[in-house]
Design a binder for this molecule. Structure first.
Ligand code: URA
Length: 483
């Protein structure tokens, strides 16, 4: 039994040539990993020494090994396996004996060789991709860039060769637990293994580029598109601990799981038009604390563009409550209902109906002014049913507090709010009173409609109907028993 030693591909190659030249079969060799100086130097158990590889031995080995097989053997030599040198010699031996099927994937040894090559190539690729150099001050003649990596196979050498081409004249050091490679801009040197974590302490690393990279990585991480399976396939978890961005990844993933993804999707969904689903405003917010004052009301979004909320005005024991639609431009500024053009017309109607405005309580179905810009003007915009529903909270409180005998609904928005009937219309029973919830409801035109309706005749008729409604309200209020 011969003993041969190899700690690198070159050492193995040299030893293998010698063995082949002597015709020593694979099962007659015991391979070890001593340093190159000891190669073939140690006596084996039988006291025999293997011959050192030499030019003459090479010549004696016969047919040259094809370049492709040599390249496969060199790559497979990086595969970390205690048996690798013996296996590579077996392949070489069979080839040399004319058994060329040994390089076929269909052959048992060939299949193993191909698998080793593939695994090593993948590891080289990963190390090239995931090695992160960190810049350090260029003092003390030490390398400018340093990197730590824990490869699963002995791929430092091919990776180092790759970076000599990539990094040009810049000096660098790649450290692994198995050894280091150092490039001074001209030549590559191998060194002893390094300890994990020793780089930061020894090398005084403070890398601005790295913090920039981390900020970039964080900002491009899209939680909505996170696919951990695909991510771990491209960047297996075992590499994370030595990647600067690797320390960010678990946090980013857990944040995504904890809601960032949902938030991102919500925003995207929110941008889609979609179909609005009507939900009763009160039932939609069962747990929400109700505002304690109208000023704080956020039950719908109208507060955002209004100057202020406009509460009802008048005696709290009024027998008649008039309900309009919503404050207008002037009411929004004054803070009082019906002070603009519609209010002026209402004043005339009050006068004609013989009703004192001061004795009535005037309010609106919606308390904030809803408008849209038109040049420099703020144009009234009809409130949505959702906004009317949200504001019924305040109207209900007002009606409950005042407890009127008669409510005059000015226009259809007010009528719907008072009757809580989204389908209620003015037409048909205009001017007639209906009993509702212990009080009379009188429906009539909104004063703005009277102002707007085209044609003098129609305007006069509408105004007369408004006056009639107020007269009716007055009579009903007078007739209704006082509580
Ligand atoms: N129109 C209304 O409905 N209410 C007002 O307060 C003013 C105009």
């Amino acid at each position: 039994m011969k003993t041969a030693h190899a700690a690198s591909f070159d050492e193995w190659r040299s030893a293998a040539r010698g063995m082949l030249a002597q015709g020593i079969a694979p099962h007659d060799i015991r391979w070890g990993g001593q340093p190159v100086d000891d190669l073939f130097g140690a006596a084996d158990a039988d006291g025999e020494e293997a011959a050192a590889g030499s030019a003459s031995a090479t010549e004696a080995s016969g047919a040259p090994v094809p370049r492709r097989l040599l390249s496969m053997l060199e790559t497979a030599a990086c595969y970390r396996d205690p048996d690798r040198w013996a296996f590579l010699y077996k392949v070489l031996w069979r080839w040399h004996a004319g058994d060329h099927v040994v390089v076929s994937p269909a052959d048992e040894d060939g299949a193993r060789l191909h698998a080793m090559v593939k695994t090593v190539q993948r590891e080289i690729h990963k190390m090239n991709a995931f090695l992160r150099f960190r810049e350090r001050p260029t003092d003390r003649g030490a390398p400018r860039f340093v990197a730590w990596f824990e490869p699963q196979h002995d791929v430092l050498e091919p990776v180092a060769r790759h970076f000599t081409r990539r990094m040009g004249k810049a000096s660098w050091l790649i450290a692994t637990p198995q050894g280091t490679a150092m490039w001074d801009g001209c030549s590559l040197r191998n060194g002893p293994p390094a300890m994990s974590g020793s780089l930061d302490a020894d090398m005084d690393i403070a890398d601005d580029g790295e913090s920039l990279w981390l900020a970039y990585y964080r900002s491009t991480f899209n939680p909505a598109r996170l696919n951990t399976g695909a991510m771990e396939m491209h960047m297996p978890v075992r590499y994370w601990k030595n990647l600067p961005e690797g320390k960010l990844i678990p946090g980013l993933i857990s944040q995504a799981g904890a809601g960032a993804q949902r938030i991102a999707q919500t925003a995207a969904v929110g941008e889609r038009g979609g179909k609005k689903v009507r939900i009763d405003a009160v039932r939609a917010q069962p747990e929400r604390q109700q505002p304690t004052s109208l000023d704080q009301c956020r039950r719908c979004d109208l507060w955002r563009n209004a100057t202020q909320a406009i509460p009802g005005a008048g005696p709290v024991d009024a027998r008649i409550v008039l309900v309009g639609e919503q404050p207008g431009d002037q009411e929004d500024i004054a803070g009082v209902p019906f002070v603009g053009p519609a209010g002026k017309l209402l004043d005339s109607a009050f006068a004609q109906a013989g009703l004192d405005r001061q004795s009535t309580y005037l309010t609106n179905a919606v308390k904030h002014f809803k408008w849209e810009p038109r040049g420099k003007r703020r144009l009234h915009k009809t409130p949505a049913q959702l906004e009317v529903d949200a504001c019924s909270y305040w109207l209900d409180h007002e009606l409950a507090e005042v407890g009127p005998a008669v409510v005059v609904a000015l226009g259809s928005t007010a009528l719907k709010a008072v009757l809580k009937d989204r389908k209620a219309t003015l037409t048909g029973r205009l001017g007639q009173a209906i009993a509702h919830d212990g009080k009379w409801i009188v429906r009539t035109w909104h004063p703005s409609y009277v102002l707007r309706v085209p044609g003098e005749e129609a305007k006069t008729a509408a105004f007369a109907e408004l006056v009639d409604a107020l007269r009716l309200a007055r009579r009903l209020a007078e007739e209704a028993p006082h509580e």
